[in-house]
Design a protein. Structure first.
Length: 324
């Protein structure tokens, strides 16, 4: 199967699988070639910083239409107002139900097995679009919406805030299609308000001033980690650029996230290894090289230690789940 290059923005890109009952896939990962008959190359489009699209149009327009998705370094907030089905975020299953919000990080794989009656919105944006200042509220790291880089939030929207969120989203959508001056500034403020509402929903407490430094330091570590985890696998590799000791970095990150920096380095590696195992046709040797392991044996031991099963068995079992 060949997927043609599309000129549409990423969050209008849904890829319909030919496998029976597999539904629709939205794939936003690095350098992935999808397995089996679902092969595509993924290209960059760095111009688009923000977009909002109705879910019903996305699902309706993309069923049976095989187009190549374009990958961006974007965050995605998917609000399912009405619908049923199943999401896979990377390899984690989430049942779809009414008034659920799913927060998806850059580089994660989202597989949507949806019915055609799904209603809601998908909002996509980059970190640069928010233009955060050092003293501003950071919805990407301090809110709990996008976790620490591997485990973003799934949120139930209550009736108390549903109408408020709907008004914000509808205002966003109207502004998005305008050509007015300062359009981006207005959209940015709407987006921040929307994310703050979601933050309140999950009950994330405000940080005392004395914790802001630690949080900012941890944020800088997570940013460096996402950019360099295939090349830098030791805590000292990240402590140096931050001008602190490895022990201090471990302690700060643990206070902020519940786990030391060393844990997050391992989790970033194993999460990418899972993606590559499930969603690509690469051999274990190729994946080991891609992730920066010196030998295939070293990677094999790392994978089994962290996953609990060997690479071959994991790939087979997960594909059985995906294509069932």
């Amino acid at each position: 199967m060949h997927f043609e290059q599309s000129q549409e923005p990423i969050c209008r890109q849904l890829l319909a699988y030919t496998r029976p009952n597999f539904g629709t896939i939205m794939n936003f990962t690095d350098n992935l070639k999808l397995s089996g008959s679902i092969k595509s190359a993924i290209s960059y489009d760095t111009q688009q910083l923000f977009e909002i699209s109705p879910l019903d149009q996305l699902v309706k327009n993309r069923f049976g239409n095989h187009q190549q998705p374009k990958r961006q370094e974007m965050y995605h907030v998917i609000w399912v107002k009405k619908g049923s089905g199943e999401h896979l975020i990377d390899t984690q299953r989430h049942q779809v139900s009414n008034n659920m919000v799913y927060c998806v990080l850059p580089k994660q794989v989202l597989v949507l097995k949806a019915d055609r009656e799904m209603e809601g919105y998908m909002i996509s944006f980059t970190a640069d679009f928010l233009r955060l200042t050092p003293n501003s509220f950071n919805p990407l790291f301090r809110s709990g919406l996008f976790g620490s880089g591997t485990d973003p939030a799934v949120i139930k929207v209550t009736s108390e805030i549903e109408n408020d969120l709907l008004q914000i989203v509808e205002s966003m959508q109207q502004e998005f299609f305008k050509t007015s001056p300062l359009k981006s500034d207005i959209l940015r403020q709407y987006l921040k308000i929307f994310l703050i509402y979601l933050t309140r929903q999950i009950g994330q407490p405000a940080e005392p001033p004395e914790q802001l430094y630690r949080t900012e330091l941890a944020n800088r570590f997570f940013s460096l980690l996402q950019q360099n985890f295939t090349k830098k696998k030791l805590v000292t590799d990240y402590a140096g650029p931050l001008s602190i000791t490895p022990n201090y970095l471990n302690n700060v990150v643990k206070k902020v996230s519940g786990h030391p920096a060393s844990h997050h380095i391992q989790q970033q590696l194993i999460q990418e290894a899972r993606r590559q195992a499930v969603y690509t046709d690469k051999s274990m040797k190729e994946i080991a090289y891609f992730l920066g392991f010196e030998t295939n044996t070293h990677f094999s031991k790392f994978f089994k230690k962290n996953e609990g099963s060997n690479f071959r068995d994991y790939r087979r079992s997960m594909r059985d789940v995906l294509y069932s």
